[in-house]
Structures are given as C-alpha cells and as structure tokens.
Design a protein around this ligand. Structure first.
Ligand code: C2E
Ligand code: CA
Ligand code: CA
Ligand code: CA
Length: 278
C-alpha cells in the first residue's frame, strides 16, 4: 500500500522565475504590494506518512513583483516585521488562504489550511480577534484553519503569546509549533500552550537516513507529540529513505519536496486530481 501511495506522487513543475536572492526592496514597495495584491499564496501538501493521503496544506507567501520576478518570503518578511507591516501581510495571506480553502471545500475537498503567524504578531492582542472575524466571515470551519507559530516565538514571551493563542484555540482554530527543535522548550512549557500540532524543523529531517544522530532528536520529538496527544509533522522530507524512516518512527504527517513543492492554488487542484486518479 505504501509503495502504491509513494508511486502516486508526481514531480511538480519547476518554480517560476525567481528574483535574485539579494534583490533590494523598499518598505514603500512592500506597503504597496500588500495593498495592491502582489502577494500570492503557494500551498504545500501535508500528507499522512502511513498512506500518503493529503490532510491539508501549508500556505507559503510569495511576492509576485511586476518587474523583479518572484520574491521569496525570506527576502521580505523581516522587512515587514521591522516596519509594522506584518499583521497586514498576515491578514492578506489569511484571506486568500480562507478563500482557497472555501473553494476546495465547495469542490468536495476537505483540506485544512495552515497559515504562518509572525513572532511579532503574538503580542498584538487584537490580531486574534481579527483572525477570528475573518474566519467567521469566510464560512470556513475554524477547525480547518491552523496557525503555525515558531517554537522560539512562543517561548520568548509565553505570557503574552498565551493570550493570543488561547483566543484562537477557543474558537476551534488549530495551533502548530513550527520549527520545533530549534528552540529549547521543555515538555512542561509546551504543555501550557494548547497546541494541536508539532512540526519538526527540516534541519532534523533532511538527510536523517544518513545521519543517525538526527534520528534520536526525531524520535524524541515524535514521542513528545504523542505524549502531548498532538499531531506530529516532519517538514523537509526530500527522499524516499527519509520518508521510510519517519514512517518507522511513527511520525504522523510529512511535508517536503519528496511529496510536492509549494505551488499556486490552481496547480494544487491539478496535482490532487493527477495523484488521486490511480
Ligand atoms: P517555514 O514555515 O519553516 O516553511 C517551510 C519552508 O521550507 C518553506 O520555504 C518551504 O518552501 C520550504 N520547504 C518545504 N519543503 C522543503 C524540502 O523538502 N526541502 C527544502 N530544502 N525546503 C523545503 P519558503 O516558502 O521559502 O518560506 C520560508 C519561511 O518564510 C517559512 O519557513 C516561514 O517562516 C516564512 N513564511 C512563509 N510564508 C509566510 C507568511 O505568510 N507569513 C509569515 N509570517 N511567514 C511566512
Ligand atoms: Ca511554517
Ligand atoms: Ca522550518
Ligand atoms: Ca537534502
């Protein structure tokens, strides 16, 4: 059954023309880009490691610059954070993700959609209310939305983070610990936050089949998720060997180039059709 599931995955088309990694962008440009709809969402599948069934997608923003090409989030998220634009960016990305989720749902696809939340946003107590309002207006079941927050962001100021995160969770929105393993939180700390998912950073996943020392970290992360009774997700699954190993460790979901690269919403529907046709 696994061989069958794995053989389903088709290579996704190469990325579109990307801007050079050291391209300079200004705050002014970014402000306008957020307002003018130059940001677009890519989506990357999260599938069960056991059987390869798609459970949801992670939203990854890109800036489709009219002349500079496609700019990756690493090139503008920090700028948005520094200049107080990141909440506006998050809400834009969220609106698009909710609209996509709604379309998929109307087409018979019940997929959860994850949106990344910046560390900077955690202290803004109004943001949780804004998010909840938008989910309600969209008609999307809040249980289908997951907010991903990096481990270090939450632990840096647990008190402030808790206020925002608990508000979201109370409405049914899922909460994922992103980049798990890069911070130093204890199980006791993690258990204070109502997380529903633990995402193991790709630094511990990529190449694990060749590096036994990573295996120990993965094992303990999966065990921790199980104790907390939350879903474990491995990001950055790039090879069949990594997949097999994670599956043997009992990790629930996998995400990575081995399954599919992030892709625009319309391509996702095509990818799903192609991969469920067999
Ligand atoms: P992240 O949340 O850890 O997202 C995973 C990153 O790993 C994505 O990079 C994804 O394209 C990449 N990736 C996925 N599978 C593989 C794989 O198999 N191998 C390798 N080498 N990489 C893989 P991306 O799209 O460039 O995003 C980078 C970071 O930018 C994200 O890291 C996230 O922290 C941030 N980001 C992206 N979208 C948003 C957003 O809407 N809001 C905020 N605040 N941050 C965002
Ligand atoms: Ca993420
Ligand atoms: Ca990561
Ligand atoms: Ca690799």
């Amino acid at each position: 059954a696994l061989e069958h599931a794995l053989s389903k995955f088709q290579p996704t088309p190469p990325a579109r023309r990307q801007a050079s990694p050291d391209i300079a962008v200004s705050v002014q440009e970014l402000t306008e880009a957020i307002e003018n709809g130059e940001l677009i969402n890519y989506y990357q599948p999260k599938v069960t490691l056991h059987s390869g069934v798609i459970k949801g997608v992670e939203t990854l923003v890109r800036w489709q610059h009219p002349s500079k090409g496609m700019i990756m989030p690493m090139q503008f998220i920090a700028l948005a954070e520094k200049h107080g634009l990141v909440d506006a960016l998050t809400l834009r990305v969220l609106d698009m993700a909710l609209a996509a989720c709604r379309r998929w749902h109307d087409g018979g696809l019940k997929l959860s959609v994850a949106v990344n939340l910046s560390a900077r946003s955690l202290a803004n107590t109004h943001l949780a209310d804004d998010i909840v309002r938008r989910v309600q207006a969209s008609g999307v079941d809040p249980h289908l939305l997951v907010m991903e927050i990096t481990e270090s962001a939450v632990m840096d100021d647990l008190g402030a983070s808790l206020a925002t995160l608990a508000r979201l969770r109370l409405k049914g929105i899922g909460l994922s610990i992103d980049d798990y393993g890069t911070g130093f939180s204890s199980m006791q700390q993690l258990s204070r936050v109502p997380f529903t998912e633990l995402k193991i950073d790709r630094a511990f996943v990529d190449g694990v089949s060749e590096k036994p020392q990573l295996r120990v970290i993965l094992e303990s992360a999966v065990a921790m998720a199980r104790k907390l009774q939350i879903t474990s997700v491995a990001e950055g699954v790039e090879t069949l060997e990594d997949w097999r190993l994670l599956q043997a460790l009992g990790c629930d979901l996998g995400q990575g180039y081995f399954v599919a690269r992030p892709m625009p919403g319309p391509d996702l529907v095509g990818w799903l059709k192609q991969n469920s046709a067999r």
